[in-house]
Design a protein around this ligand. Structure first.
Ligand code: A4P
Ligand code: MG
Length: 414
């Protein structure tokens, strides 16, 4: 499966209808999924004979199970079905379908050149493409689509755009293949940050998250590591740091799941061992190593993941286990904040009842208990935690370090 970008253009007949029909034909093609389509633009003809009418242009984002040549053949086929006739070069046409980008493939032969060789010279391609993926890097020119468009227009944004307060920042979120970690990765991307997605073994789900991150127009890569292994932690920092030449935000979200699946039946000691290894030891090793590098680089933000009931207490095995593990993380975070001040900020998120995998399957009496114990009368959502992470990572929180932020719908206990 590869993300590809297609240019659509028409300047003959019912132009809008030709574009709609081309998209409908793509949607009906096996192995091609149309994910998003840019707005349609009316554009002045570039090149070709004098006197031809204006074009309608758009760009479509597709996920393709077909190879690039096969995809080009599909496009040719649709052009033919829609009555495209090839006469003079760049002459008027009912429909033109071009393959702009096929993942980060660079290829040239007699039939096909990708990236499309004139992609970066044409506002009628760059403008709609920038609506979809402003931060996507041109594989050959190594510059973002927004950047190429700005150059063509002689117009460049000064400073960061509103709502993109993390633009240019590089982040890693551990355990970001699902649940809260995934929500955080997507939220940081929405704020403009490049995001490294980390998972333990699930390459496929990690790649899916990365693909979704990229749709926000930022860079994303996947790194797998088993955080229960100290050597793997060290390697993760090393590789993540070298990926984009440094990191600005590191979020230790990963935790051992001892509540669902087979792990729910493990004996107490095994759960304890796992929680201490993945939640406590890995958070400490990773944030010490990243913190050292950030301090040398001159700035950085670290966020760790606690639990609001670690301080108030909760009955039962899980209460004891999480209180010990998450309480340790919260206490550690305060000390690390002191060690790394004034260069690197360290804060800790302490979610309350958040509806993740366990919450989905919790019994009716648990559902009732959560509502009863939460003044705002609902489960928290992964997005609630992600919004807080985005804010703590942003310059708006630059005077906060060593804090524990409870995201719990208002539970206030001593
Ligand atoms: N080809 C090679 N690489 C590709 C690729 N990545 N995508 C080959 C599509 N085709 C590719 O294409 C000519 C040959 O390019 C094909 O044999 C294909 O194998 P074509 O579609 O037959 O002819 P064309 O569209 O006239 O050529 P081309 O090169 O696609 O032209 P452009 O650059 O797309 O220019 N002005 C406005 N405002 N809006 C437009 O959409 N379009 C053009 C066409 C000119 N001016 C325009 C617009
Ligand atoms: Mg063409």
């Amino acid at each position: 499966m590869t993300l590809a970008y297609l240019a659509l253009g028409s300047n003959l007949g019912d132009r809008e209808n030709y574009l709609r029909c081309a998209l409908a034909a793509l949607r009906q093609t096996e192995g091609i999924e149309v994910l998003r389509v840019s707005p349609l633009y009316e554009t002045r003809p570039v090149g070709g004979p004098a006197g031809q009418g204006p074009y309608l242009n758009a760009v479509a984002e597709v996920r393709s199970a077909r190879g690039p040549h096969e995809l080009l053949a599909v496009l040719r086929n649709i052009e033919q079905q829609l009555g495209r006739e090839r006469q003079e070069k760049w002459g008027p046409r009912t429909i033109d379908l071009d393959l702009l980008l096929y993942g980060d493939l660079i290829h040239e032969d007699e039939q096909l050149t990708v990236p499309h060789p004139r992609l970066h010279e044409r506002p009628f391609v760059l403008q709609p493409l920038a609506q979809l993926v402003p931060g996507l890097l041109h594989p050959v020119l190594k510059r973002s689509i927004a950047d190429l468009l700005a150059e063509l227009q002689g117009l460049r944004l000064h400073g960061s755009a509103p709502g993109r307060e993390l633009a240019g920042r590089r982040a890693l979120v551990t355990g970001s293949t699902r649940g809260i970690g995934r929500a955080i990765a997507l939220e940081l991307a929405a704020a403009g940050a490049d995001v490294l997605v980390h998972g333990r073994i699930a390459r496929q789900t990690a790649e899916e998250t990365a693909e979704q991150v990229r749709r926000a127009g930022v860079r994303s890569e996947v790194r797998l590591a088993d955080l229960a292994d100290a050597e793997a932690c060290r390697r993760l920092v090393e590789e993540a740091w070298s990926c984009w030449g440094g990191l600005d935000v590191w979020i230790n979200n990963a935790g051992a799941d001892t509540l669902t699946g087979e792990a729910a039946r493990w004996p107490f000691e095994r759960k304890l061992h796992e929680l201490l290894a993945v939640d406590v030891t890995a958070t400490m090793l990773l944030s010490r190593e990243v913190g050292r590098r950030m301090r040398e680089a001159g700035s950085g933000v670290i966020l760790n993941m606690g639990w609001d009931q670690a301080e108030s207490g909760m009955e039962g095995d899980s209460g004891e286990l999480f209180a010990a593990a998450k309480g340790a993380i919260m206490a550690f975070s305060r000390s690390l904040a002191l060690s790394l001040a004034p260069t690197v900020r360290v804060n800790c998120l302490a979610p309350g009842w958040i509806r993740t995998a366990w919450g989905e399957s919790a019994s009716p009496s648990w559902q009732e208990r959560v509502r009863r114990e939460t003044p705002l009368r609902r489960w928290g959502r992964p997005e609630d935690v992600a919004a807080a992470a985005r804010w703590l990572a942003s310059p708006a929180a630059e005077f906060l370090t060593g804090q524990i932020l409870r995201i719990n719908g208002g539970v206030v206990r001593s």
